[in-house]
Design a protein around this ligand. Structure first.
Ligand code: SAM
Length: 299
């Protein structure tokens, strides 16, 4: 059994008061203050993020659960008593105190990232795990700043496509590379040259580091760096940017080359097909958890 190391004071606070209450908790010597959606997983839950390029539907949650960490229960109770007599606290509620165990945070985080199977013998394996028996192709990847640890269905579908479509000798472009996972997979499966680009410089740096850690050759850079055509162009972004990028991505697919698109929801298949129709005929190749993989081959 782990003993309680700290205590958390938990409050329910309306949107307009979150900043004031958080500031007051800091002033009352809280070690940390965290804010989450108090209505999460209920009918009252509201999305805060819109589609890319569109404004968010709301600036903040209607009600927040504010949790302030204190060293001792006495400090937490004293903070609660002081807050309760403030005018700005009138429409907030004290939900209670809860003990916080002294956890091994590194181990806890690591335990949430297990090896991910893509096919029977192709696995994504965090550096602190031994590769499973029978894993002939392994990408070593730790959760980091960039998207793409192999756990998201869109990434897994792209990886499965790469693993089952013979990359040997092919020139591959990973457009929107994130962690570089697709580029690294293409290189591991024998691609002769792999370029990876992203608008986010942190993703470019992550791709370079991850490629080096996996001992593969990937040329990573910003999108402006691309001026060639490829046998395979992979882009796991989202439907809206994919539609905008249609002419550019199609221009990068060589004759008889493949275009592989992910980040698309099932209901968006027709819009994507229409956006790419002037150049290629997209087809749904795979589907996982409401996401689809769309592919096309240039003639
Ligand atoms: C969903 S992540 C995919 C990462 C990785 N390729 C994977 O499959 O897991 C999308 C990436 O595309 C990048 N991105 C978004 N819009 C882009 C654009 N217009 N041009 C290039 N990269 C873009 C983002 O910065 C992000 O790293």
């Amino acid at each position: 059994m782990q003993s309680a190391r700290w205590v958390e004071l938990v409050l329910r606070v309306p949107e307009a008061r979150v900043e004031t209450v958080s500031d007051a908790l800091q002033a009352l010597d809280a070690l940390s203050v965290t804010v989450e959606d108090a209505d999460a997983d209920t009918e009252a839950e509201q999305a805060l993020f819109g589609e890319p390029g569109l404004p968010p539907p709301a600036a903040g949650w209607r009600h927040s659960r504010v949790a302030a960490l204190f060293d001792t229960p006495a400090q937490a109770r004293e903070a609660a008593a002081l807050l309760q007599v403030q005018d700005f606290f009138a429409d907030s509620v004290i939900e209670g105190l809860r003990p916080v165990a002294d956890t091994d945070w590194v181990r806890l985080t690591q335990s949430q990232f297990e090896p991910v199977p893509i096919t029977a013998d192709f696995w994504i394996v965090p550096s602190w795990h031994e590769p499973p028996a029978g894993a002939h192709t392994v990408i070593r990847l730790d959760p980091g700043l960039a998207f793409g640890t192999g756990t998201h269905p869109t990434t897994r579908m792209c990886l499965r496509w790469i693993a089952t479509h013979g990359m040997a000798g092919r020139r591959v472009l990973d457009y929107g590379c994130g962690s570089g996972i697709l580029a690294i997979a293409a290189a591991k499966f024998g691609a002769s040259a792999v370029d990876a680009v992203d608008i986010d410089p942190a993703a470019v740096a992550a791709t370079q580091a991850n490629a080096a850690a996996n001992a593969v050759n990937v040329r990573a850079g910003l999108p402006e760096a691309v001026n060639a055509t490829y046998d395979v162009v992979l882009a796991n972004i989202l439907a809206t940017p994919l539609k905008v990028l249609a002419p550019l991505l199609c221009a990068q697919v060589a004759s008889t080359g493949h275009l592989v698109l992910a980040g698309i929801l099932e209901r968006q298949a027709d819009e994507l097909r229409a956006a790419y129709a002037p150049w290629v005929t997209l087809q749904v190749h795979d589907a996982v958890d409401g996401w689809i993989l769309m592919t096309a081959q240039r003639t």
